[in-house]
Design a protein. Structure first.
Ligand SMILES: NC(=O)c1ccc[n+]([C@@H]2O[C@H](COP(=O)([O-])OP(=O)(O)OC[C@H]3O[C@@H](n4cnc5c(N)ncnc54)[C@H](O)[C@@H]3O)[C@@H](O)[C@H]2O)c1
Length: 331
């Protein structure tokens, strides 16, 4: 089946080609899907999208006119697709529901450890032959309370890792996991209680209307002074301007982000020769207790292989008109 693959990067093209084994006719594009690039899918029956692509209502209209019948998402999250509009246009959508929750949970842990032990600062100092330890003091994770918001696939793996570090775990989710309570002594509570008691807060819920700006001025006000906040889920979960205020007042002592509200068009691309137009991320980058990675938590060999194999499987199933089990619809 002729398929246009948007947002192809050097890091994922080989895994897609390996999984495809020449079955589908793939048209690789380095561009993101936007209303300006949608026309490049002409002649394809399907498209494959990355989390940075824009499948909003207006873009779907263009794709529909071109005859696109299927969207294979190379991601678990689907907040970048207008599912209601896709259903109205009879464009089917499937995703990769799980490719490696370990990849994201382990990157979350890497951010926690790097921020706590000030690894970036330490590395830069040593490279300049400055072997002083002043300003590098961290804290023991053992015995600390970590608030995990969202204990699905990724949150559960993180709970297991944190338990290994000797942390106490508070959690918030619309569904409690008996397994996590029994195995790791997780205590479920509401978001406000979690904010009040956690030394570290990590976000693992999907972005939807009910979770947009979950971390806002009010929740930040409840947090412990010097709290560490980590977001490897979706940028929109956090009100970035409120977080900047929290950093300025030292309420937030550490911030680790793999995702950012306005990351579209910024993350995944080399802008090193450009003038940065986004004043909010520019301000974030001025704090020495902020560590930002550009949406790389998923980036392991295992995850790339699994994403590619499931994406090709989803294309196979659509072509044969059989269910893949990975379809997503409005509810
Ligand atoms: N940074 C990355 O590279 C990367 C990669 C993959 C996924 N993600 C993000 O991680 C998120 C979590 O992924 P997952 O695989 O663990 O998903 P999941 O569906 O397994 O878990 C999500 C959990 O959130 C809970 N939840 C949903 N709505 C909620 C609400 N309003 N309040 C409280 N809890 C709620 C669900 O009950 C579920 O337990 C994804 O939605 C995606 O945005 C990021």
């Amino acid at each position: 089946m002729k398929t246009t693959i948007y947002s192809t990067h050097k890091f994922d093209k080989p895994s897609i080609e390996n999984a495809n084994k020449g079955k589908h006719q793939l048209n690789f594009l380095e561009f993101r899907l936007t209303k300006e690039t949608a026309l490049l899918a002409e002649g394809s029956k399907a498209i494959a999208l990355f989390s940075s692509d824009d499948a909003s209502s207006e873009v779907l209209d263009i794709l529909h006119k071109l005859g696109i019948k299927f969207i294979a998402l190379r991601s678990a999250g689907f907040n970048h697709v207008d599912l209601e509009k896709a259903a109205e246009l009879n464009i089917k959508v499937a995703r990769v529901p799980a490719y490696s929750p370990y990849a994201i949970a382990e990157h979350t842990m890497a951010l926690i450890l790097a921020l706590n032990r000030r690894l970036i600062k330490a590395h830069n100092r040593v490279r300049e032959q400055n072997f002083s330890l002043n300003g590098l003091t961290g804290f023991d994770l053992n015995g600390k309370t970590v608030g995990v918001i969202g204990t699905g696939k990724i949150g559960s793996v993180l709970v297991k890792i944190l338990h290994g570090f000797g942390c106490n775990i508070l959690a918030q989710d619309i569904e409690e996991s008996k397994d996590l309570i029994d195995k790791y002594g997780v205590i479920y509570s509401d978001c406000a209680t979690l904010c009040k008691h956690a030394d570290i807060i990590s976000l693992h819920v999907p972005l939807k209307a009910s979770t947009k700006h979950l971390i806002n001025k009010e929740h930040i006000a409840l947090m412990k002074s010097g709290v560490m906040l980590i977001n490897t889920s979706r940028g929109g979960l956090v009100d970035t301007k409120a977080v900047i205020e929290g950093l300025k007042t030292k309420k937030i002592g550490y911030l680790g982000l793999d995702v950012y509200e306005e990351e579209e068009g910024l993350f995944f691309e080399d802008h090193s020769d450009d003038i940065l137009q986004d004043d909010v991320i520019a301000r974030l980058m001025t704090f020495n207790n902020v560590l930002i990675t550009s949406h790389q938590a998923f980036l392991t060999k295992t995850a790339l292989t699994n994403i590619a194999e499931t994406t090709i499987y989803n294309l196979d199933c659509f072509e044969k008109q059989k269910p893949s089990g990975n379809e997503i619809s409005i509810n």
